[in-house]
Design a protein around this ligand. Sequence first.
Ligand SMILES: Nc1ncnc2c1ncn2[C@@H]1O[C@H](COP(=O)(O)OP(=O)(O)OP(=O)(O)O)[C@@H](O)[C@H]1O
Ligand SMILES: Cc1ncsc1CCO
Ligand SMILES: [Mg+2]
Length: 262
Amino acid sequence: MKLSLLNELRAQNPIVLNVSNFVTVQDVANGINAIGASPIMSEEIAKTEAMVKMSGAVALNLGAFTQDQVAHVRKMGQLANQYGKPVILDPVAVGAVAYRLGVAQSLLRDFQVSVIRGNAGEIAALAGIQWAAKGIDAGEGQGDLKAIARSAALKHNCVVILSGPTDFITDGTTVVTVKNGTPLFQLHVGSGDMLSSIVGAFAAVTDDAFEAAQTACLVFGTTGQLVAEAIGAELPGTFTVKLMDQLHLVTTQEIEAVADYE
Ligand SMILES: Nc1ncnc2c1ncn2[C@@H]1O[C@H](COP(=O)(O)OP(=O)(O)OP(=O)(O)O)[C@@H](O)[C@H]1O
Ligand SMILES: Cc1ncsc1CCO
Ligand SMILES: [Mg+2]
């Protein structure tokens, strides 16, 4: 865990290039901005190369794609590999829809990702493990989450974040767990999308994708927890607004005071 990466991120203000989804695009852009990085979204394949070149990391979200957009994501992933930019993949709902899983698997064959960030249902699907996912949510599957995360990481040769009440972050060998968070994250559609792009912001300021992934989970989880403790009620609207504020304001000292990871 390297919390000083948060200060590094804010000092560097790296550009994070995103293929987002139309549902959560604004939260994702503002989340990146609030934490101290610089978001840019792309939907046009013709300008992909220039945009990849100027970026510090590329975050690819498979939340709501058309076939044209899949071609765009593929080209962006391949160009990111060519220019040595870290790629973060958010495989939305691949545990619930076979077509989505097929698309995600074909993309993972065509370019190398640095980090996959998904919930239990999504990561189990990418590991080839049976799990009862529910739409974009993790669902009610059963299994050893640590082993599932590790298996997905080995299969795709990358760092994996299996997020949920506890986040499991692994390079296929070591597994770090982050227990910080709040159930309010589940009442805000796109919490996961925000986390995936924030992983991109951290990956842009270090060559160590495993460290970037761990730090992003700790920063995001503790920030949400601090907000929930401050508002003290189940208010998803208020939570969303205050989460943006707190992502901007949170300090490494405040995070350290509540950090719960091993
Ligand atoms: N019950 C919970 N308690 C604490 N933190 C949680 C809980 N559920 C999710 N989180 C946190 O919420 C964030 C998003 O993770 P989650 O697994 O919910 O993503 P997701 O299912 O892809 O979300 P979405 O589909 O809304 O984008 C992570 O930081 C995770 O730690
Ligand atoms: C609700 C929803 N549907 C497609 S993407 C998305 C946002 C969660 O990623
Ligand atoms: Mg998600």
